[in-house]
Ligand binder design. Structure first.
Ligand code: SAH
Length: 261
C-alpha cells in the first residue's frame, strides 16, 4: 500500500530476545509476529529445542527469521551491545522497577533505535524472567491484561509489543520528544553496565559498606538507581574512575579509614 514512506530503518536496530523458550512453536510464532511488523532481529537465549520442525511450521513465511536467529547461552550476551534493554513481565515484582506501558515502550524503542541497538526481552512460558534477568533491564513493560488471568502466550506478548513498535515507527516522523540524537554521548552499553556493577560491588565491599557475603538487596537497589539514571558512556567512565580512586585510597590506607585516624 502506498503511503508517505515513513523511515522504518530504526526497526532493524530492534531485537527481540526470547529467554529459555520451552516450546519451539512459540519461537516460530514470535518470528512470524516480528516479520509481520517489519522487525527482523531474533535472539534466542538457550532455547530448549531449536532448530525444530514445529518452529518452522508456526513461522510460516517468516522461517527466514529462524535461519538468521542468533542463539546464545546467556541474556548478558544477547544484550551486550544494547543501549536500551526492556524486560517484559506478566506480574509485579517485590522491588518495583521503572515501568513503561506498551505504547511508551514502542515510542522509546523507536526513538532510541535511531542511534543504538534496543532489546525487548521475553521470559519462559512457565515462569517468565528471573529477578536477576529483570535487573539487567532499564525498564519493565507490563501488557495491561486481565488481572485474574494476566499471562499471555509468549508469541502473543511478542506480537503486542512488536505492533506497538511498528505503530510508533509509523508515527515517528511527526516529531516525538524522545531522541538520543541530541545527546553528545551514547548511553552506556549493557555489558559495560554489568562491569560497572561488578566494580561497584567490589569497591563497596572493600569499603565495608556492604556485606560481601550478602550484597543482594543493596545491589538490587543500586542497579535500579543506575537503570533509572541511564548514564552515558563517558559518565560511566567517570564513575568507574571514582571507584578505582576509592579502591586505591583503601589499599593505601589498609582499609582503615583516613591515614591520620
Ligand atoms: N507464568 C509466567 C508467565 C510467562 S508468559 C510468569 O508468571 O511470569 C511468557 C512471557 O510472555 C513472559 O515472560 C513475558 O515475557 C511475556 N508476557 C506474558 N504476559 C505478559 C504481560 N501481561 N505483560 C508483559 N509480558 C507478558
Amino acid at each position: 500500500m502506498a503511503n508517505s514512506s515513513p523511515d522504518l530503518s530504526p526497526l532493524d536496530n530492534v531485537r527481540v530476545v526470547l529467554v529459555n523458550t520451552a516450546h519451539p512453536g512459540n519461537i516460530g510464532g514470535a518470528a512470524r509476529a516480528l516479520k509481520n511488523m517489519g522487525l527482523s532481529q531474533l535472539y534466542l537465549v538457550a532455547p530448549r529445542e531449536f532448530p525444530a520442525a514445529n518452529a518452522i511450521w508456526r513461522a510460516s513465511s517468516a522461517a527466514d527469521l529462524l535461519d538468521s536467529a542468533v542463539v546464545v547461552d546467556t541474556l548478558e550476551e544477547a544484550v551486550a551491545d544494547c543501549g536500551l534493554v526492556v524486560g517484559t513481565s506478566a506480574r509485579e515484582r517485590r522491588i518495583p522497577w521503572p515501568l513503561l506501558t506498551p505504547r511508551e515502550c514502542g515510542a522509546r524503542t523507536v526513538a532510541e533505535a535511531q542511534s543504538h541497538p534496543v532489546a525487548l526481552v521475553f521470559g519462559r512460558e512457565d515462569r517468565g524472567l528471573t529477578n536477576e534477568e529483570l535487573q539487567v533491564c532499564n525498564y519493565h513493560v507490563h501488557i495491561p491484561s486481565n488481572p485474574d488471568y494476566s499471562s499471555l502466550n509468549l508469541a502473543t506478548a511478542v506480537q503486542v509489543l512488536a505492533y506497538e513498535v511498528r505503530v510508533a515507527a509509523l508515527e515517528a516522523g511527526r516529531g516525538g520528544e524522545l531522541s538520543y540524537a541530541d545527546w553528545d554521548r551514547p548511553p552506556a552499553k549493557a555489558s559495560d553496565m554489568e562491569l560497572y556493577y561488578e566494580h561497584l560491588q567490589q569497591a563497596l565491599g572493600e569499603l565495608g559498606f556492604i556485606d560481601p557475603d550478602n550484597p543482594r538487596q543493596t545491589m538490587t537497589r543500586l542497579r535500579r538507581l543506575f537503570s533509572r539514571v541511564r548514564p552515558d558512556d563517558m559518565e560511566l567512565g567517570i564513575l568507574r574512575g571514582m571507584l578505582t580512586a576509592i579502591q586505591n585510597h583503601i589499599h593505601r590506607t589498609g582499609g582503615k579509614g583516613r591515614p591520620d585516624d
